[in-house]
Design a protein around this ligand. Structure first.
Ligand code: WT7
Length: 660
């Protein structure tokens, strides 16, 4: 890992613009003064335990109170609110009905072909209870892992909450992952049941989800999976296996509309969610009930400045952590109205997002920089056709946002009146860690600004020494927080190695390393520079280079593969693969296409290489390590700088230059 030029920051070092929230926004915001914010931060640093305790008590309902706020005995395997008992679905549903807002819309769903539905809190609770009872009838018990592999339909939300209702942790797998990727996740997590759909609509196509589940089970997941529940969405023909496969609508038909929430321990698993790292297969990030409930709830409340009549829309997919925390758990725990969209904007309908904003009068809108850049490219004429006056707050997440895209978002979508919250966080952090509070923090285009109250970050070098102002370094988090991951499923060693042992932070133990580089400017603003490990971010989707390399070498024609990220104006980064072929295999454009397809089959469409460069050999050091630094420069069309004296055979480089 190195903090090298690929995270060049020169372009934004010059960024000096600063924007204060409008007077109107500031006056009406939930946290509206500097004093209030400073007071929160002071409370958190003076007495962190009291700080977390007070929020855990005031924001969540507990069936049984906790005694210990934080148990660090076995750090960094921290435990939060240990003795407490709760159920996150009680906090997301029942309590709102009890306080009399059961008739409020909880979910607005917009389907890809134009169908739509709404559910009030009361209706949502009934759907969740029916689904929970249905899962029980097919044998799902507390502690059993249930995999959810679904399109963005209301049943995906019902399924997640139904699992949580009965204490069965879920493992949501993004519907864009292939059957191979699904199989790995089913086996790794030991998933007993899969909830899926006959298919999903995406960009004028039907994605055959059930077929992928069948393939995953046939190719090895039969070791673990016992039952499959299928939601009817596309009505396309699929095969159902008697005794193994059940239609969702048939299972639910006679189920009761009540289901007592299971009394969960604070540290019981709520879900596993797989994400990519530098090495090996994707890791199953484990989140538990109490801490995650508090963090997704509190961050949502702080950052999105929620009001009773807000219509909130996060455009992510529930298959990612953003969907977990900010489509499902955070908004519902706060009693918000959350919008869910099955589709994505596509060339034939670039106004899809703005049409939804107009149709439902969305007031808070949360999306990814890659989407903003795509809209920017297709011109402001498209959003200008819609009435976006309802918007009052905008958010971004997933990757660094370039100042141009930030300004466009502010001017064209926000009509210069909406603050922008650039929220930095990760699957592992459970909720946002660095973000402006929209009513009080002045923003700079491209900066995620400051850590939230209770969160302490630092930028350090490899030895753990604090770096200078504006100097790039590793982003670390110095104190545990309630929403933090608890471990990697089945691999606690990897949990320690990846996050806690990389930086030897001076004098302090248990420092969390996020995998990102960052700098802090002269005003204390944090600028995230991107990953410093071998993780590529394509349109904000995290992919490990090693995963893609393994997929490539699993093809019979490939001898060796090295994958790097190349900067891209739209997607942030794209994948470039350098490969050498097995003896007697000839390079051809057909083979390149076949290899791209092979990666899609092994992982999914999001991992498709943009470019595959076939070469006789890859540049290696004398000790046999592939020199990625050189490949990155080649892929990016940059001059190769730095030391190349360790290169074993410099003629390889000359040949590669011709090919790239
Ligand atoms: C990585 C985490 C957290 C939800 C979506 C991605 C990058 C995330 C920002 C931001 C700059 C960001 C980081 C991080 N990232 N948000 N606002 N500015 N970079 O979750 O797949 O776990 O990826 O996304 O590199 O480490 P994820």
């Amino acid at each position: 890992m190195s903090l090298d030029k690929r995270n060049s920051i020169n372009n934004i070092l010059e960024e000096k613009r600063i924007f204060h929230p409008s007077k109107k926004f500031a006056e009406n915001s939930n946290i509206s003064s500097q004093e209030e914010l400073l007071n929160l931060k002071k409370r958190a640093s003076d007495n962190p335990m009291q700080f977390w305790e007070s929020f855990a008590k005031s924001e969540l309902d507990w069936f049984k109170p906790f005694q210990t706020v934080l148990d660090s005995d076995n750090a960094p395997f921290f435990k939060w609110f240990k003795e407490g008992k709760l159920n996150i679905t009680y906090n997301c549903l029942d309590r709102h009905i009890k306080r009399g807002i059961g008739g409020k819309t909880a979910l607005i769903w917009e389907g890809e072909p134009g169908d739509s539905k709404k559910f009030t809190y009361e209706e949502l609770l009934k759907e969740v209870c029916k689904a929970a009872n249905a899962l029980k009838t097919i044998g799902v018990k507390r502690g059993d892992l249930v995999c959810i592999y679904m399109p963005m339909i209301p049943e995906a939300m019902f399924a997640m909450l139904a699992c949580a209702r009965i204490g069965a942790p879920h493992s949501v797998v993004f519907g864009g992952f292939s059957s191979e990727a699904l199989k790995d996740r089913l086996i790794d997590g030991n998933a007993k049941v899969v909830i899926t759909a006959d298919g999903g609509f995406r960009k004028d196509k039907v994605i055959e989800l059930k077929r992928a589940v069948d393939t995953a089970i046939e190719s090895g997941a039969d070791k673990v999976v016992e039952k499959v529940v299928v939601v009817q969405r596309t009505k396309k023909n699929i095969s159902m296996i008697n005794g193994r496969d059940f239609w969702w609508h048939e299972l639910l038909i006679d189920q009761k509309e009540e289901c007592e929430p299971e009394i969960m321990n604070s540290e019981d698993r709520l879900f596993i969610l797989y994400t990519s790292g530098s090495t090996g297969k994707p890791k199953g990030v484990v989140h538990t009930t109490g801490g995650y409930n508090l963090w997704s709830h509190l961050t949502f409340k702080w950052i999105f400045d929620l009001k009773d009549d807000d219509i909130y829309w996060c455009t992510a997919d529930v298959g990612w952590i953003t969907g977990h925390s900010y489509i499902v758990y955070g908004p519902l725990s706060n009693g918000a109205t959350t919008v869910m969209f099955e589709g994505v904007p596509r060339p034939s309908n670039l106004g899809a997002f703005w049409e939804i904003v107009q149709k439902y009068k969305v007031s808070i809108f949360y999306t990814a920089p890659t989407a903003i850049r795509a809209f920017m490219k297709s011109g402001r004429e498209i959003p200008d056709k819609y009435n976006l006056d309802s918007l009052r707050l905008l958010g971004t997440v997933g990757e660094p946002i370039n100042p141009e895209a930030w300004m466009w978002y502010k001017e064209v979508i926000g009509n210069n009146k909406c603050p922008i919250v650039d929220t930095w966080w990760q699957t592992e952090t459970g909720g946002v860690m660095i973000s402006p509070l929209p009513g009080v923090v002045a923003t700079k285009p491209g900066s995620a600004t400051f850590p939230l109250p209770g969160i302490e970050v630092e930028i350090v070098d490899k030895n753990g020494d604090k770096v200078q102002e504006n100097e790039g370094g590793y982003l670390i988090i110095k104190k545990p927080w309630p929403g933090m991951m608890r471990t990697i499923h089945g691999n606690s060693e990897r949990y320690l190695e990846s996050y806690w042992e990389y930086i030897s932070f001076k004098g302090e133990k248990n420092v969390y390393f996020a995998g990102d580089g960052a700098r802090i400017d002269e005003d204390g603003y944090i600028w995230i520079m991107g990953r410093v490990d071998d993780v590529i971010s394509v349109s904000g989707h995290r992919l490990g280079t090693m995963e893609i390399e393994s997929a490539l070498v699993s093809h019979k024609s490939v001898a060796e593969a090295a994958v790097v990220g190349k900067k891209d104006d739209l997607k942030g980064e794209v994948i470039v693969a350098f490969i050498s072929l097995e003896k007697d295999v000839n390079s051809s454009s057909e083979l390149v296409e076949e290899l791209k397809k092979h990666v899609v089959i092994e992982i999914g469409i999001i991992a498709k290489p943009e470019k595959i460069i076939i070469s006789d050999a890859l540049p290696k050091t004398r000790s046999g390590k592939i020199m990625r630094r050189i490949l990155r420069s080649l892929a990016g069309g940059e001059k190769i700088s730095g030391d190349i004296s360790t290169l074993e055979d410099s003629s390889v480089l000359e040949k590669l230059k011709e090919l790239s």
